[in-house]
Design a protein around this ligand. Structure first.
Ligand code: AR6
Length: 186
């Protein structure tokens, strides 16, 4: 499923984010930046150990050993991935962080801004925070789609394609409904 927003594409696909041929894929990371399970584990496995080495360097040299803030993305290379870059961003933990929808929207928006600022044209996101971080995909999919459409409307031409990648058919159906609802509300 695809829609054009002021000349940019928003695309929904079911698949594996590690296989996406885009300028940057987004990693649903955690505050340590040092890998984990879920999509984070899959990205590190596919990218190879050089990715963890770069994440360690950023943690030590850029973050001064501190945790990565929620919704504050960092950029690395993609190493063995098809994607040339990875944008690592921490989504909200539902039941722990205050105002998860606001933080989730910021995670998408700030990642889009970082990609555009680095001259990247195509970006693919997983469904941030809807796995281990426990947020309800019904509202999280609406937040994701809304954040992308709002960004593309406010920044026409900044990106060529924003792809939202769902791992399962059930999640893909939820995202399709979210995009249809957002488009009909415009
Ligand atoms: N491609 C696309 N989507 C995937 C893939 C894949 N290869 N694998 C899983 N998903 P999660 P979170 C989907 O838990 O909720 C990690 O341990 C999955 O079906 O990966 O943001 C981090 O280190 C789900 O819909 O991320 C953090 O500690 C979505 O990706 C924590 O999990 C997100 O699930 C982050 O939790």
């Amino acid at each position: 499923m695809q829609a054009t927003i002021f000349g940019s594409l928003i695309t929904l696909v079911q698949g594996d984010i590690t296989e996406q041929d885009v300028d940057a894929i987004v990693n649903a990371a955690n505050k340590t930046l040092l890998g984990g399970g879920g999509v984070d584990g899959a990205i590190h496995r596919a990218a190879g150990p050089e990715l963890l080495a770069e994440c360690r360097r950023i943690r030590e040299e850029v973050l001064g050993g501190r945790y990565l803030e929620t919704a504050q993305p960092v950029l690395t290379k993609g190493y063995r991935l098809k994607a040339r870059h990875v944008i690592h961003v921490v989504g909200p933990i539902c039941g722990v962080d205050p105002d998860p929808p606001r933080l989730l929207a910021a995670a998408y928006r700030n990642s889009l801004q970082l990609a555009a600022a680095k001259g990247l044209r195509t970006i693919a996101f997983p469904s941030i925070s809807t796995g281990a971080f426990g947020c309800d995909i019904q509202w999280a999919s609406r937040v994701a789609v809304d954040a992308v459409i709002a960004y593309l409307q406010a920044n026409p031409g900044a990106l060529a394609e924003v792809r939202l990648v769902q791992y399962t058919a059930a999640d893909h159906a939820v995202y399709r409904a979210a995009l249809a609802a957002c488009l009909s509300a415009r």
